[in-house]
Design a protein around this ligand. Sequence first.
Ligand code: IPM
Ligand code: MG
Length: 356
Amino acid sequence: MDFKIAVIKGDGVGPEIVDEGLKVLDKIAQKYNHKFEYTNVLGGGAAIDVTGEPLPKESLDTCKASDAVLLGAVGGPKWDNIESSKRPEKGLLALRSGLGLFVNLRPATMHESIKEASPLRADIVEKGVDFVVVRELTGGIYFGERKTGVENGVEFAYDVEKYDENEIRRIGKKAFETAMIRNKKLTCVDKANVLDSSKLWRKVLNELAKDYPEVELSYMYVDNAAMQLVKDPSQFDVIVTNNIFGDIISDEASMITGSIGMLPSASVRGDDFGMYEPIHGSAPDIAGQNVVNPIATILSVAMMLRYSFKLEEEAKAIETAVTNVLNAGYRTKDIYNGVGEVVGTKEMGDLIAKEI
Ligand code: IPM
Ligand code: MG
């Protein structure tokens, strides 16, 4: 089959990891007889350098006209002093919102063979880590009203966390559906002891729960969740949460599995279209050195095949190849902890592609 993919390499390590993702896609194309047509699209700092905008209209239009988007990472110190509405990160947020991608799926799975890379004690990870964070992606404080100003000679700034019931219902539905195809355990992470917005989340989720009687729904305050995640991550199956809590706990989740370089993500909206990106950032400090872990991006490509192209067998082939290469002892620097052999970004991509 033929698929159109918009490719945004972005900044920092972005180009390096995307290249490995494409290497793996090319191998899939060859082995399973598909055609993937790539269109490079400017986004983030790379777009600012050329056009002055973090997401030029043309970029958004190309993404809209594609079957899926593959994104590396955006941002870096070079653009840190730009006015906040023009920062590279704003380009990413404009993409998420412009494409209507309100669901962000971030699966945290422990690969048996890299257990030693987890900072958690062996007896904790022994119980297994396999959950998914369903993060709301186009609302809340990221997109709420904000202002910086001076009042009576005193500087102030605010950012508003606002959700309406429809926004909560649509992400809630996705979370229940995700729970239904997993272990039917859903935890809503919030701060309902303090925030009105969290209380509305609970009200809407309680209503939705009636349609999913098989799903065991529970609530956990985000501070407690941060603690429970390191105390016993095996207790979680599906976590649903707002935009900002999802950002924070997914970084924590990734580290539990060994490295932030391991976690893929899919941003979707209910049809086949989606944007796929690793959850990590542009890591400018290690860019261009062939050391960044490409696995999060390669696993994001697998998610693209599964969710946007309905190519389950091909998706599994990538995931199995990653597992096999890790089992064989190959490690990028971030997941090396005294066991196995350290390889570079390109070599890791080659090994995975070869394994498919
Ligand atoms: C992420 C990133 C982004 C976010 C940044 C780069 C704006 O941290 O995808 O988790 O906060 O959503
Ligand atoms: Mg983040």
